[in-house]
Write a protein that binds this ligand. Structure first.
Ligand code: AMP
Length: 486
């Protein structure tokens, strides 16, 4: 079996890997690191949970160790589809580059341009960005991409879902032809294939099995749920969820609970809270600072149950999730794979339990076809308790406050990632998220919102409120005292 010490990584990087407690490289790491260190292009077909972030960050740090950053000319570039993912990559860099003097900047929406400009002006080795925000900086003349030696595209398939491919092509064209490219995608859609054929040069292709489909370490189960009365369906379903959670006992240290609709994310979180569970919601309608705060609480264990929509949770790296509960059967079979892939990561064991109402049986059949396995049926928990007044209230409120057509829009918006991306980009005054949620061509083409300018040129942090998480503004090393004349 390959060991990290066989991989010719820089000793400082190896030390950071040891500090992180990793013993052996994952298959994507063992496959991608050697060619990347040789300077070759890499095409990695792998999803989150496989260790892919380290598979590009470790060789990048090793390669960048020699040389210095020049003002406004980053030496490497990592593109990620969403703010959260970009912030996560930045955190990974902090971990793996802790024994080096490399500097980084994170360019994402919701953070003022001023802070980001300062870092870029000083010169950074690694620039981690969402495509829209990167191009905004470029267009403001604050950034030159001609010094980029290594470019990483992470989660290209999500970039495609979100309409970012034209931006990616443009960014490729702004970087030197001689750059090294490390390109990652969970799937190879024809459009992704085209991009890789155009911009990658004789790449080493590494494909690793999807974590979820091979996840024998994930216990799966589905509870076929029939409400006693139609008007009690929602209340009984929530009660069923609590029984499922309780049935797992102490094995359930923390969990993500997935709902198909944003409105249900809120209701389920509220209902759990009222019943004494430590739960909070996360979905695209919550502002950025709230989402980051909730995620941080979940990561650190202050929050035990994260109730989420697919888009809000996809791609997020939360390493130690013991359970995933599917409150709804996802309407797209691939979402099931993404959802359950949140648990059982990096070899840990996990459980993924789902509730299936009669109306969802067709979707369940689609999932079983996709994963080529029957999901074991669970026995109904004993004695469904009578509906609680609290629950009924939690369910009623949002319905009352929304018109039917609005509710329909919400439902549709959660149907697919692309749809939610658009819905997240709708003009909401408190939360501007052009970089991670709005396909750029739309902002130009007039089909969607055309007010990127409100984000552009802003001097105050947006979306994050007054709170700028420390790791976002931080470099590996503050070089204020030794500015690079270059
Ligand atoms: P990723 O696929 O990059 O989202 O990584 C998934 C999780 O696996 C992260 O929490 C990493 O910290 C962890 N991880 C990455 N590489 C290894 C490794 N070689 N051994 C154990 N855990 C790892």
């Amino acid at each position: 079996m390959t060991k990290f010490s066989d991989l010719k990584l820089d000793p400082k990087v190896l030390k950071a890997v040891e500090d992180a407690g990793y013993e052996t490289p994952t298959p994507i790491q063992a496959g991608a690191i050697p060619p990347a260190l040789e300077g070759r292009d890499v095409l990695g077909i792998a999803q989150t949970g496989t260790g892919k972030t380290a598979s590009f960050t470790l060789p990048m740090i090793s390669l960048l160790k020699r040389g210095r950053a020049r003002a406004r000319m980053p030496r490497s570039l990592v593109l990620a589809p969403t703010r959260e993912l970009a912030a996560q990559v930045a955190e990974n860099f902090d971990t793996y580059a802790q024994h080096t003097k490399l500097t980084k900047a994170l360019l994402i929406g919701g953070v003022s341009f001023g802070e980001q400009d300062k870092l870029i002006d000083r010169g950074v080795d690694v620039l981690i960005a969402t495509p829209g925000r990167l191009l905004d900086h470029f267009e403001r003349g604050k950034l030159l991409l001609t010094g980029v030696q290594i470019m990483v595209v992470d989660e290209a398939d999500r970039m495609l879902d979100m309409g970012f491919i034209p931006d990616i092509e443009r960014i490729f064209q702004l970087t030197p032809f001689t750059r090294q490219t490390l390109f990652f995608s969970a799937t190879m859609a024809p459009e992704i294939e085209r991009i890789t054929n155009t911009f990658l040069s004789n790449p080493e292709k590494i494909e690793v099995a999807r974590a979820a489909t091979t996840g024998e370490n994930i216990k799966q189960g589905v509870l076929m749920f029939k409400p006693s009365r139609r008007d009690r369906a929602a209340t009984e379903k929530r009660s069923m969820l609590r029984k499922l959670i309780d049935g797992e006992g102490e094995a359930c240290t923390n969990a993500i609970i997935f709902c198909n609709r944003k409105v249900d994310v809120d209701i389920v979180a509220k209902s759990l809270k009222k019943n004494g569970y430590n739960a909070a919601p996360i979905h695209g309608d919550l502002d950025q600072s709230q989402r980051m705060k909730t995620l941080e609480e979940f990561r650190t264990g202050t929050l035990q149950f994260l109730v989420a929509s697919d888009v809000a949770a996809r791609g997020l790296d939360i390493p130690a999730v013991s359970h995933v509960f599917n409150y709804d059967v996802p309407s797209h079979a691939e979402d099931y794979v993404h959802r359950i892939g949140r648990t059982g990561r990096a070899g840990r064991s996990g459980a993924a339990l789902m509730i299936c109402a009669p109306i969802d049986e067709k979707n369940l059949a689609d999932i079983e076809r996709l994963v080529q396995n029957e999901i074991p049926r669970l026995d109904a928990p004993e004695g469904t308790p009578a509906p609680k007044a609290d629950d009924a209230e939690a369910e009623e409120k949002p319905k009352r406050s929304r018109s039917r057509s609005r509710r329909k829009q919400d439902d549709a918006a959660e149907e697919s990632p692309a749809a939610e991306a658009v819905s997240e980009a709708a003009p909401v005054q408190e939360s501007e998220q052009p970089d991670d949620s709005e396909p750029r061509r739309r902002s130009r083409g007039g089909r969607g919102r055309s007010d990127r300018s409100s984000d552009r040129g802003s001097k105050t942090p947006q979306g994050l409120g007054d709170h700028l998480p420390d790791f976002i503004a931080r470099s590996f090393e503050d070089r204020a005292e030794t500015p690079d004349p270059g």
